[in-house]
Design a protein around this ligand. Structure first.
Ligand code: ADP
Ligand code: MG
Length: 243
């Protein structure tokens, strides 16, 4: 079998006296969609942020696509392969939608403006809002802004996409349009690690479910097993609240 595209080995992360991660190990295969759930404060965001080294960890080892997260050079190489989408869309409010998608392509990928614009337009089509290229983020709905944020991440041609509660800041009627884009991406074979409590999405798109609590992975199972027969009392209690 091929080497997992993400290898996480016994990660510990402390914030002062708070032990955010207490020995997390996880391998993600290429093309796999892993959905992480768990109570607030259980370490989900910290774990995601460790994967692209937005967060430094105290001990343990992470290797992404064969690159260990150790030297600055390697960390930068990994960041180029990993796209991330956050709960808050973090778009540049003073730039048009098109320029939000073009900027990093030119600065980081060194693409010509022409090439970057071409890629940007294709991606806006893909996320279903080609007509919004001239709009500014403030003129878009939350769901549209989040789709722009996804397109912006995709413009860098990531091998892996990380999503941290991408729909939790959205009004209910906009959640589906964002989940649909994510589901399409999953169906295309993108490797995805998704923190989300949208259980419909998880059932449909996840290859594997992970339940975290208090800085640890408490349960890891296929969605079918996880939703029909969760093994751990804590997962069961949590599921009964989100389902
Ligand atoms: P989750 O995403 O599951 O809600 P987090 O990973 O955000 O959990 O947080 C895990 C724990 O680490 C929490 O106790 C949180 O308060 C703490 N924490 C996270 N980020 C920081 C930070 N930058 N400084 C201090 N404590 C933090
Ligand atoms: Mg979080």
């Amino acid at each position: 079998m091929a080497e997992p595209i993400i290898q996480i080995e016994d990660i510990h992360k402390r914030f002062g006296r708070v032990q955010a991660l207490r020995g997390v190990s996880l391998n993600v295969e290429k093309g796999e969609v892993v959905v992480i759930i768990g109570p607030s404060g259980s370490g989900k965001s910290t774990l995601l942020r460790c994967i692209n080294r937005l967060e430094e960890y105290n001990s343990g080892k992470i290797v992404v696509d064969g690159i260990p997260l150790d030297t600055t050079e390697n960390i930068n190489a990994v960041r180029r392969e990993v796209g991330m989408v956050f709960q808050q869309f973090n778009l540049f409010s003073h730039l048009s939608v098109l320029d939000n998608l073009v900027l990093a392509q030119c600065q980081v990928r060194k693409r010509s403006r022409e090439e970057a614009v071409e890629t940007a337009r294709q991606l806006l089509k893909k996320v279903g809002i080609p007509e919004k290229e001239g709009a500014f983020p403030g003129q878009l709905s939350g769901g549209q802004q989040q789709r722009v944020a996804i397109a912006r991440a995709l413009a860098m041609n990531p091998k892996i996409m990380l999503f941290d509660e991408p729909t939790s800041a959205l009004d209910p009627e906009m959640i589906k349009e964002v989940l649909d884009v994510m589901a399409a991406l999953a169906a295309e074979g993108m490797t995805m690690v998704v923190v989300s409590h949208e259980m419909g999405f998880a059932r449909a798109a996840a290859d594997r479910m992970i339940f975290m609590d208090e800085g640890r992975i408490v349960e890891m199972a296929s969605p079918k097993e996880f939703f029909t027969n969760p093994k751990e009392e804590r997962s069961r209690a949590f599921l009964s609240k989100v389902l």
